[in-house]
Design a protein around this ligand. Structure first.
Ligand code: M6R
Length: 608
């Protein structure tokens, strides 16, 4: 979603603001802006619709040595993408950048008659509200911010500066992330630690309901109720290489190709092949607590939801007497679902900031159910609010389409399932094959990625003119098909949907015609023959089937086959998903679309 950056120090603020905003581009945006203040408070406000290069064109004619400033990339919610709606917003002497949504903005706007509104945004209402307290000198900037925030319903991560006090910035958060980078004679802020990489390794993650007054050499944090907060300085683990393309044309391809390494990080210190066991420290559940688990609820959105669904299919194969329900966070948060006793909830999120997933986490916690995070972004809100958790450690995922996170989320959850099964005394001969395949998986991924690339590229060229796609699979290949369809639709804009093979005859088979192609995921195993029968049904109706399989020869005259060679049987669908990832990538490249930042989407969905 939107990105926020800010700088106060001895260097040129404009430099950090622009480089910081560029680092946040991956989150998705449609306009950008910065404001800096000169020593005497004179502001330079630059805003532009579209990409940051448009802002840079304006910057070229307005270079300043100013040492303080704030910046923003906007992903439109209230009001179209336009220069007027871009942040920072001005009200009187103050400028505000805001991530999140002010839900009661209409009601507040009614009361702010003195301000002449120039945008359609809820964020300008917040600026005007702060100014209504600040103007006239009754409150200093920090107190004016606090007074305003007490009247606000919604979510925010904000940074505020005033032309009257060009040494100081006020930031606050509730529901939208905000990180303060502690530098030498400089303090930086951002909505995402990746903007701070290369500037400082020390960061303070603001909590909901906290406000910080920042100068170049001081950070004072309080709650909205004026209680002082002692800041915990944490280390930023990300390095520069992790947020650069490293020779690849797109982040997406880099992230697909680095899965052998990213999964190795997920497994590090957690798998003991000799004993056939896994060990996860993070969840923090005792053996007795693990034994008591009777119900697993897995919560996520998009790819995280698919990862949860796939992991659920695996976990129920080896964990006795457990029911598993995987739910879409945006639905679950408003359902009246009863959560049985002895449940544990897995909260799955790459970014750790997804609004719906976070809302579910809070709701589930209220019901006294233990929550375990399966999160990538270290220090993110979900990671901090869960009772325990397992980081997947895949490093920054920059491309909007999630790839390496999916693979590691599935395996991290399966490992959690294995720890439950171990505690429940499931025989090692049942669990060992899973552990052994997990341990082998990074190498198997490497082999598949290094062998199928050109072939998938060729196949993608063949199918890139179609407007509709159907992904099909059974059992563990079904959630895998769902993930494949999501990948294709979100970056190539092909209308792709997934169905369980068995559902074909209940409706989707009617779709099959020359406008469609079908991606059939056909792993060997007990449902192999049944899947082949379903493919035959599609072929008999003139389908254009692309089969992805680990079988030697499926014996059907489909349009195309991508065969993966692997010793994995249980987790073969995860390797097939690599083919889906590459396929989506190459179709998108062939169509000439923006691979890493698909239209209308954002990397981190911090509003519901
Ligand atoms: O950060 P999260 O894992 O919570 O994000 C969940 C979804 O927004 C995300 O997976 C989204 O569906 C991706 N664009 C899929 O590629």
């Amino acid at each position: 979603m939107c990105g926020v950056v800010g700088y106060v120090g001895d260097k040129k603020a404009q430099d950090f603001l622009i480089s910081g905003l560029k680092r946040l581009e991956y989150r998705g945006y449609d306009s950008a802006g910065i404001v800096t203040l000169a020593e005497d408070g004179t502001p330079t406000l630059l805003r532009a619709q579209g990409k940051i290069v448009n802002l840079e064109e304006k910057l070229a004619k307005n270079k300043r040595d100013d040492k303080i400033g704030i910046g923003h990339t906007r992903w439109a919610t209230h009001g179209e993408p336009s220069e007027n709606n871009a942040h920072p917003h001005r009200a009187g002497d103050i400028f505000v950048v805001h991530n999140g949504i002010i839900e009661n903005y209409k009601e507040l706007k009614e009361q702010l008659k003195e301000h002449e509104f120039k945008s359609e945004t809820d964020s300008e209402v917040l600026a005007a509200l702060i100014n209504s307290f600040y103007h006239g000198g009754k409150y200093n900037l920090a107190d004016a911010v606090v007074q305003a925030l007490k009247l606000v319903n919604g979510t925010y991560g904000i940074a505020v500066v005033s032309t009257k006090n060009p040494d100081e910035m006020v930031v606050a958060r509730s529901g939208s992330p905000l990180v303060i980078g502690v530098g030498n004679d400089e303090t930086l802020i951002a909505s995402d630690a990746s903007a701070l990489v290369g500037h400082t390794k020390r960061a303070i993650y603001l909590n909901d309901g906290e406000v910080a007054v920042i100068t170049k050499d001081s950070i004072e944090i309080k709650t909205l109720n004026a209680e002082p907060v002692s800041a915990k300085v944490e280390e930023i683990e990300t390095n520069l290489a992790a947020i650069q393309k490293g020779g690849y044309e797109h982040f997406l391809l880099k992230e697909i190709m680095e899965q052998p390494e990213s999964l190795t990080e997920t497994l590090r210190g957690r798998v003991n092949v000799e004993n056939g066991t896994v060990r996860l420290g993070g969840p923090g559940l005792t053996e007795a607590e693990l034994r008591k688990i009777k119900h697993l609820i897995i919560v996520g959105c998009g790819t995280a939801y698919h990862a949860g669904m796939l992991a659920g299919y695996y976990i129920e194969q080896f964990t006795p007497e457990i029911t598993i329900e995987t739910v879409i966070a945006s639905e679950y948060r408003y359902r009246s679902a009863y959560i049985p006793k002895d449940s544990v909830a897995l909260i799955v999120s790459q970014s750790g900031e997804t609004a719906d997933t976070l809302a579910c986490l809070r709701e589930i916690k209220k019901q006294g159910v233990k929550t375990i995070g399966i999160v990538n972004a270290i220090g993110s809100t979900i990671a901090r609010e869960v009772d325990g958790g397992t980081y997947v450690h895949v490093g920054p995922e920059i491309s909007v389409a999630s790839t390496k996170a999916f693979t590691s989320q599935v395996i991290a959850m399966v490992m959690f399932g294995l720890t439950i099964a171990q505690a429940k005394g499931v025989k090692s001969n049942i669990l060992r094959p899973y552990v052994e395949e997990i341990a082998k998986m990074p190498e198997e991924i490497r082999k598949v990625l290094s062998s199928v690339g050109d072939e998938v590229k060729g196949v993608a060229k063949k199918y890139c003119e179609y407007e509709h796609a159907i992904y099909l699979g059974r059992d563990t290949a079904y959630p895998t098909a769902m993930e494949g369809a999501l990948k294709l639709k979100e970056i190539s804009y092909v209308d792709a949907n997934a169905y369980a093979f068995g559902e074909l005859k209940h409706g989707p088979l009617a779709l099959v015609d020359d406008r469609f192609f079908e991606v059939a995921l056909i792993p060997r195993g007990h449902l192999y023959e049944k899947s082949l029968s379903n493919v035959q049904e599609v072929l008999a109706r003139g389908g254009h089937v692309l089969a992805v399989t680990n079988a030697d020869d499926i014996g059907l005259s489909v349009d195309s086959v991508v065969k993966i060679t692997t010793s994995l049987e249980i987790f073969a669908p995860i390797l097939m998903n690599l083919v889906s990832q590459l396929f989506a990538y190459y179709v998108t490249v062939a169509k000439g679309y923006n691979v890493d930042q698909p239209r209308n989407l954002a990397k981190s969905v911090t509003v519901e």
